[in-house]
Ligand binder design. Structure first.
Ligand SMILES: [Zn+2]
Length: 278
């Protein structure tokens, strides 16, 4: 053995040893396996001809299945943004890889801007729960969920995190032709039940085409303007009005987010927004 090859071998040994030290064990092998098992089940359901469990009973004749050649996968038409209310991305990844909490989202974005995808965009994540926005009552089926790592109380939003979010939103908006109005928060969809994302830079997002924001020069709303109907036009479920007002303020009037009654300024904001959302 010559000296050169000995040196190369020794170098390789150091490299291998150091890579073992640097690599932490992969923590999600088990949940990845379960993801694959579930996805395989869905692909079987999708490929079955005729489709399984889609019988329509009580017809005078049975339904015949004839496969068309013109079809594609369904796409999300909304994006819903959350804060995780947890202390770290690792904690959120752990929660979303456990069966017990039964929650997940398509994307998780860390404070450092690192993006994790946990569900295929074409599949249904479990992030929205019970709620209503416009006439949509199953937002899990209609939306892509994005969880922003933030404890929901004292955490500031970092530039890296918001920059990553804007990049993800740009990609999703383009890929799935998501309308500007359809970028919403969890609190918008579930007033009274959810308050996330809190203190969120919605205005920054709106400037980039993700949701709307009101004009800087607000004109007062006319006296006969029905602000409650305005909230409904924007998308809020007004069944419980104080909660709807609160959700509106969490999004659009963050300096008065605790208040559940409408001020003249709120009425002017709603009057201005209605023209954009309708
Ligand atoms: Zn949420």
């Amino acid at each position: 053995m010559n000296t050169k090859s000995t040196i190369i071998k020794a170098g390789l040994a150091i490299l291998i040893a150091s890579s073992f030290i640097a690599c932490k064990p992969y923590k999600y092998a088990e949940s990845d396996k379960e993801y694959k098992r579930l996805a395989k089940g869905f692909s079987k359901t999708i490929a079955a001809m005729p489709p399984l469990n889609q019988q329509i009973d009580s017809l005078s004749q049975p339904v015949d299945f004839v496969g068309t050649v013109n079809m594609s996968m369904r796409k999300a038409n909304y994006v819903m943004i959350h804060h995780t209310a947890q202390d770290s991305t690792a904690q959120t990844l752990r929660t979303f890889t456990l069966k017990g909490p039964a929650t997940s989202s398509h994307y998780v974005i860390g404070r450092d801007g690192k993006v994790y995808q946990m569900v295929n965009d074409y599949l249904r994540a479990q992030h929205a729960g019970v709620g209503k926005w416009g006439s949509v009552t199953d937002m899990n089926s209609s939306s892509i969920g994005i969880e922003m790592d933030n404890n929901g109380t004292t955490d500031p939003w970092t530039e890296a995190q918001i920059n990553s979010l804007l990049t993800v939103l740009g990609s999703l908006k383009k890929k799935y032709s998501i309308p500007t109005a359809n970028f919403i928060g969890h609190a918008d969809y579930a007033p009274g039940r959810k308050n996330d994302p809190k203190n969120f830079p919605w205005e920054t997002l709106a400037k980039k085409g993700f949701g709307y924001w009101y004009d800087a020069n607000l004109e007062p709303a006319p006296e006969n303007f029905d602000a409650v109907a305005g909230l409904r036009i924007i998308g809020y479920n007004i069944a419980n009005l104080p909660n709807a007002i609160n959700a509106f303020k969490i999004h659009f009037v963050q300096d008065d987010a605790q208040n559940k009654t409408l001020t003249e300024r709120d009425r002017a904001i709603i009057y201005n927004l209605v023209k954009k959302y309708q």
